[in-house]
Design a protein around this ligand. Sequence first.
Ligand code: ADE
Length: 243
Amino acid sequence: MPDWTYELPPIPAQPRRVLLFIAMESEAAPIAHALRLEHGKGRIGQTEIELLSPGRDDATKIDRIGPVYAAWALTRAIAAQRPDLVVNMGTAGGFAAQGLGIADLVLARDTMFHDARVALPGFDAVARAHTRLSPSDAQLDALAAAIDARVGLASSGSSLDATDGEMALFARTRTLAKDMELAALASVCAAERLPLVSLKGVTDLVDHAHAGGEPAHEAFVRNLERTCARLAEAAPALLAKLC
Ligand code: ADE
């Protein structure tokens, strides 16, 4: 029995239309520049690339981070644009215990909501939404090799920090990275039967922060530009491989 509940379809050999979901403007700008997107649109060979960000909310003028806005924006964009592949790029906390350092890259093999705690049989699995992305390890390994990324579990929650219980779960599941959007995107893709590829760049070390080191929010701000530059450097190679 695999330990995930859902599995997304294989990555297509030649996608016609790719939606590129990036949550924050500061993450999206260098990647859009590296991919030569104009007004959020571009092309690689025969493949159309369209940038998708949830934007800023009216009340705070702050980027709409988190799982709710990710699912909202992706659902709307799928209905309007009928992509045949969704790609997600963005930042994440990484785990030094798994050998990760600042600005390292993680290509997600699977994802789940690490903060979903529902002690009801069946509902626990739905809430956790543990989803395998590409069913093919060979496909993921080939993509990761092209951009020098690690392949593994990138899990999601609504918080930048982590509880003691979540830390135990991360250790048990050998989580490589944690973000705030991927599991929501994967749940939408599972419902829509769409393939999804996700690349995360590490801005902070979750286990260091939890052990009293630099807090996640401080490391995030300090390393954001460097990590986004690393993601932007990898973006053309990743998309060339996919398209
Ligand atoms: N994005 C960047 N760092 C993160 C962290 N530690 N947790 C969740 N999302 C993040």
